[in-house]
Design a protein around this ligand. Structure first.
Ligand SMILES: [Fe+2]
Length: 301
């Protein structure tokens, strides 16, 4: 089984913007990458977020951690049985990801997933980019990712039955049809929202260790004019107190505190709204929906 969200790799033409945005707004610990990009640390892992230089914004890979190769091969068997080719990461790729080994494949929507084990740990070396108490990671991993998918039933079949994610909740509100999945104590490490005709990366959630960390990020966004795509609010399902901002690479970032923990006895629920309070969209009416990775060709084309 997959244990946690380990890392995320993004290509972007906005490396220079990230040099100040990453450490000063988000509080990430920044290092230069060998490819002219950036590597951001959040904890003891060598890095969690990689920014690769490129001409267009894109999400290149989502890294998940497994305990070891045997566990990765078990999942790979199910992926292969679903008709998807699984590749072994060679030594160069493993070195690049700072991991002992990995297998990778593309899901039915073209999103690349990597199953990695034995990531390089640099104990006690995290230094936040600005004053803050730090990020909640550990067994709950880096945070969560939310994708827009054209077919939520197909997504549910793949992510739950093939990759082994467990359903936490559904939110169905007007046109919003979203599913949230857990793999550890974090309420969700993956969520998908149906968006006809597109595959996209809506947001990355980073959880911090205090509400003050959230408030200080909010102040920093307001001071710099970073678009706040949803105001401070509290989600009805994972009880996260958070706000959303637009990153320099089109996808959004949810920056939150106090997420709910789940366990094996968790029973999935259905909600008819996203938030108990807040999370209004009025502050950045021009913000995009997130990072569109692929628009489907029109029917019949
Ligand atoms: Fe979220």
């Amino acid at each position: 089984m997959i244990r946690s969200l380990a890392y995320l790799g993004v290509t972007t033409p906005a490396i220079e913007e990230w040099r100040s945005f990453g450490p000063e707004v988000l509080g990430l610990d920044m290092a230069d990458g060998p490819d002219g990009g950036l590597r951001f640390k959040m904890d003891e892992a060598q890095w969690r977020l990689a920014l690769h230089p490129g001409e267009r914004d894109g999400v290149d890979y989502v890294g998940w951690s497994v305990v070891g190769e045997a566990e990765a091969r078990e999942i790979a068997k199910k992926v292969a049985a679903a008709g998807i080719e699984v590749h072994d990461g060679d030594a160069g790729l493993c070195a690049e990801r700072a991991t002992t080994g990995l297998l990778w494949f593309e899901d039915p929507f073209g999103i690349r997933h990597e199953l990695s084990w034995g990531r390089l740990i640099v104990q006690s070396s995290f230094r936040p980019g600005r004053a803050m108490s730090g990020f909640k990671t550990g067994e709950q991993g880096m945070g969560h990712v939310v994708f827009m998918v054209p077919d939520i039933k197909k997504a549910d079949e793949f992510y739950s039955e093939v990759m082994g994610f467990k359903l936490s909740d559904l939110i169905i509100q007007g046109p919003l049809n979203a599913r949230f999945y857990h793999i550890n104590g974090r309420h969700h490490s993956l969520a998908v929202a149906e968006a006809p005709g597109v595959v996209g990366f809506q947001h990355l959630m980073l959880e911090v260790n205090s509400l003050d960390d959230v408030g200080m990020a909010l102040d920093e966004c307001e001071r710099r004019g970073v678009p706040i795509t949803m105001t401070l609010g509290r989600h009805v399902n994972d009880l996260m107190t958070s706000f959303y901002l637009e990153s320099p690479s089109a996808f959004h970032i949810e920056y939150g505190y106090g997420g709910l923990q789940v366990d094996d006895l968790w029973e999935p629920k259905t909600f008819d709204r996203m938030s108990i309070w807040g999370h209004h969209r009025h502050q950045a009416p021009d913000a995009g929906p997130g990072l569109i990775l692929k628009a489907e060709p029109p029917a019949g084309a």
